[in-house]
Design a protein around this ligand. Structure first.
Ligand SMILES: Cc1cc2nc3c(=O)[nH]c(=O)nc-3n(C[C@H](O)[C@H](O)[C@H](O)COP(=O)(O)OP(=O)(O)OC[C@H]3O[C@@H](n4cnc5c(N)ncnc54)[C@H](O)[C@@H]3O)c2cc1C
Length: 379
C-alpha cells in the first residue's frame, strides 16, 4: 500500500492549482452575478488537458487515470466554484461513451468532448422521478432510421449549452416495463429541443441546470449507446463514477472551509487574543481536519480501485454516505468559527456551506445510496 501520489499525479494536482488561480478565481464573481460561466470555459479546460482524461489519445483524450481527474476536482472544489461541474460532466460522459459506444459512436462523439467544442449532459431525471427507471415518461418511438422523442427532462446540467447529451428514454417498442430504458446520444441543437431558464438553487450559481422539452425530436438510431433496453445499467455505471468525482469536489470544499477557518482563528481577536487559542475552536479545527483526511483517503482509494477495474457501485455509495454529511458538518463548523461573519456573503465559508448541501440530493440521493450499500451486504 502506497499513500504517496506518483510524480505524474503531483504534477497534475499542481497544474490544477495553477489553472484555478489563472482561469477560475478571476471569473468567480462574474459567474455568481450572471448565474453563468463564459462559453469558452470548456475550451480552457481542454487547453489545460483536463478533458477526456481517461479517453485514449486516438480519440483525442489524455489517456490518464480516474485518480488524476479527482485530484483536479479537489482543486476546483477548493475554489468554491461551480466550474467543476462542466468539466466533471464532460469527463464522465466521455468515459461512458468510451465504455459502451460502438466504434462509430466513439469516433463521432469523443473528439468534441475532448477538445472542448461540445458541452456534455447526462439526463435521467424527469418531473415525476429522479430515482425510479420504471416511472420514466419521456418516450422514444422508432420511425425508420430514427426515433421520435417526446417529453420533459428535469434539472439537466448544461442542458442549455451547445453539444450533446446521453438521454435515458422510455423505449416504446420494448414491452418489459423493468427493462425498457434505452440510452440515446442527443444533439442539443436538434429541431424540437428547447429548454427552460436555469433553475435557481440555494448554491452552485452558474450550474445551468434546466428542464429540457422534446417536441417530436428526431434522434438517429445510430446514436443509441450500448444495447437497447440496457439504459438503466449504463446510467448506474455512470452515476457510480460520478459519485467518486463529486466526493472529490466535496473534499475540496471541506479543505477550503478548514483553510479559511485556520486563517480566521489566527486573525480574529477575542479578549485580546487570537481566538484559535480557545480550546473549543481548536477542537473544531481538529475535528474538521480529521474528517477531511478520512474523506480524502476514502475518495482516493475509490478512484484507485476504479482504475484497477474493481466494481465501484457499492464502494461509491459508501463514499457518498460518509463524505456528504462529513463535509457538510465541516462547512457548518467553519461558519460557526466565523461567527456572524460566516453568515455573511462577504466570507467564502457562507458559500462553501451552501454548496456542500447539494451532495445529498444529486447523482442519486443519500437514501438510495444507503439502500445500494445495505442491500449489497445481505447478498
Ligand atoms: C444542482 C442539481 C443538478 C442536477 N443535475 C442533473 C443532471 O445533470 N441530470 C439528471 O438526470 N438529474 C440531475 N439532477 C437531478 C437529481 O439527480 C435528482 O433530483 C435526484 O436524483 C433525486 O431525484 P428526485 O429529486 O426526483 O427525488 P425522488 O426520487 O422523488 O425522491 C424523493 C425523496 O425520496 C427518497 N427516495 C426515493 N426513492 C427511494 C427509495 N427507493 N428508498 C429510499 N428513499 C427513496 C429520496 O432519497 C428523496 O429523499 C440535478 C439536481 C440538482 C439539484
Amino acid at each position: 500500500m502506497d499513500f504517496n501520489l506518483s510524480p505524474e499525479s503531483k504534477m497534475i494536482a499542481k497544474a490544477a492549482q495553477d489553472f484555478c488561480k489563472k482561469e477560475v478565481l478571476p471569473i468567480m464573481d462574474s459567474i455568481i452575478e450572471k448565474d453563468d460561466y463564459p462559453d469558452e470555459l470548456l475550451m480552457r479546460f481542454a487547453k489545460a488537458r483536463m478533458l477526456g482524461m481517461v479517453v485514449p489519445k486516438e480519440y483525442g483524450g489524455v489517456g490518464t487515470s480516474n485518480l488524476n481527474i479527482i485530484l483536479i476536482l479537489e482543486e476546483l472544489g477548493k475554489t468554491g466554484s461551480v466550474c467543476a461541474y462542466p468539466m466533471m460532466m464532460n469527463n464522465s460522459t466521455a468515459e461512458t461513451i468510451l465504455h459502451w459506444g460502438s466504434e462509430d459512436v466513439k469516433k463521432r462523439f469523443l473528439p468534441p468532448l475532448c477538445d472542448g467544442s461540445a458541452y456534455a449532459s447526462t439526463a435521467f431525471t424527469e418531473p415525476a422521478t429522479g430515482s425510479d427507471p420504471t416511472a420514466l415518461t419521456t418516450t422514444a418511438v422508432p420511425d425508420g432510421d430514427d426515433f421520435i422523442v417526446n417529453g420533459t427532462k428535469r434539472y439537466i446540467t448544461s442542458g442549455n449549452k451547445k453539444g450533446f447529451g446521453v438521454f435515458y428514454l422510455k423505449d416504446e417498442e420494448i414491452k418489459d416495463q423493468k427493462g425498457n430504458v434505452t440510452a440515446f446520444i442527443v444533439d442539443k441543437s436538434s429541431q424540437g429541443y428547447t429548454t427552460s431558464a436555469p433553475w435557481q438553487f440555494m448554491g452552485l450559481e452558474g450550474i445551468n441546470c434546466v428542464d429540457v422539452f422534446f417536441k417530436d425530436v428526431r434522434v438517429p438510431r445510430a446514436n443509441i449507446l450500448g444495447e437497447r433496453g440496457n439504459g438503466f445499467r449504463i446510467l448506474l455505471r455512470w452515476i457510480a463514477g460520478e459519485r467518486i468525482e463529486q466526493a472529490a469536489y466535496m473534499v475540496g470544499l471541506g479543505q477550503a472551509a478548514l483553510d479559511e477557518s485556520i486563517q480566521y482563528s489566527k486573525e480574529r481577536l477575542v479578549r485580546g487574543k487570537p481566538m484559535g487559542f480557545m480550546q473549543g475552536i481548536q477542537w473544531m479545527l481538529a475535528e474538521m481536519k480529521t474528517k477531511i483526511d478520512a474523506c480524502r483517503l476514502l475518495t482516493y482509494r475509490a478512484a484507485c480501485l476504479q482504475d484497477e477495474g474493481v466494481h465501484i457501485d457499492t464502494l461509491s455509495s459508501e463514499l457518498k454516505i460518509f463524505v456528504t454529511p462529513a463535509v457538510q458538518d465541516v462547512t457548518r463548523m467553519a461558519l460557526q468559527i466565523h461567527g456572524s461573519y460566516g453568515y455573511s456573503k462577504e466570507y467564502k465559508v457562507e458559500r462553501l456551506f451552501r454548496y456542500a448541501a447539494h451532495a445529498g440530493v444529486i447523482a442519486s440521493s443519500s437514501e438510495i445510496n444507503r439502500s445500494i450499500a445495505g442491500s449489497a451486504l445481505l447478498r
